[in-house]
Design a protein around this ligand. Sequence first.
Ligand code: SF4
Length: 374
Amino acid sequence: MPDDIYLNKQEELFAALEKELADPEKVVAVQIAPAVRVSVGEGFGYAPGEDLTGKTVGLLKALGFDHVVDTPLGADVNIYEEAYEILHALERGDDDYFPVFNSCCIGWRLYCSRAHADICKHISPIASPHMITGSIITSYLQKKLNLPRKRIVSVSIMPCVLKKYETMERLPDGSPYVDYVVTTAELIAWAKKRGLDLKSIPEAEFSELLPGSSKDGVVFGVTGGLVEALLTTLAHVLDVEKEDETFFRKDDTIKERKVKLGEYTLRVLTVHGFANFEKAFKEIQAGKKVHFVEVMNCPYGCVGGPGQPLPPTEEKLKARAEGLRRAADSKRLFATVPQENPTLKMLYRELLERPGSEKARDLLYFHKVELPKD
Ligand code: SF4
């Protein structure tokens, strides 16, 4: 494990990773956030928005990783748990539970803890897809390969430099959810340093041990994606007609809608670009009843994250957002909703039991939060 968890100096980060990869005692796994697949190509001459999922997996294999897992698997698990938490609150008529704010954006969580400490208790208790994927990787590989945690290294490729803070969060056994975070821009630099060119790398598949993710998990990386995933998952759980997703696929900075799901009517709101949050929040403070709020700190969501290739022009962000929605709809994925993802089903069967179980709370929820106070 790294002594200095920030490892923001690229040379130190790359040297630490090379050492882990060269260690025959270690199994090194890596996860790829949704937004990375539509931006990593920019460092190798591809157009912004091109879906390079298979090539990114190939690149990580060429760098020496043993297992490549898709962060959307953790997003599937996150939204599956979230849907049940919300449903249980609705069933018991618990109005105080709402509004629920998303936990997946670290920029939002940090901003909330400084500017709106009073509403932090409304942030979902379920860890971010990044942390959940890290937790699943280490728990499942320990079980499947019969290895102690110290022989497993969990790395993430993220569009967000702030995600490095999530290596400070701890599971109940004291171990981190994730050991190292590498941004998209750092991955490009590392590959080039190794003389690897994405254009000549063949496509490869995710680890056969944890291969699957759904459309809902992939669309998380763009504004409106989390709400789209939540609504389709809730509709599936309730066995009612699902909301048309076109509305939440618009790029407007603030989107708000009342949605009917069987006997329930939910008001949901999405906002991207942290400067727009206060505008949306004023109405909630004034008493507007909202059930779920998706806040993405960056413009267009994680596709516009502070770890993506520079410069982040409006045109580029739009192309990445559209590219990620296309990638979410691609046939390469295993399912459209989390509940139909065979890997998620296997995880609940072999590891997590059911949404909200003691095991699920141990592995998928926040525990000891050690984010910096200033
Ligand atoms: S929206 Fe921005 S700050 Fe938030 S997790 Fe995504 S990249 Fe990071």
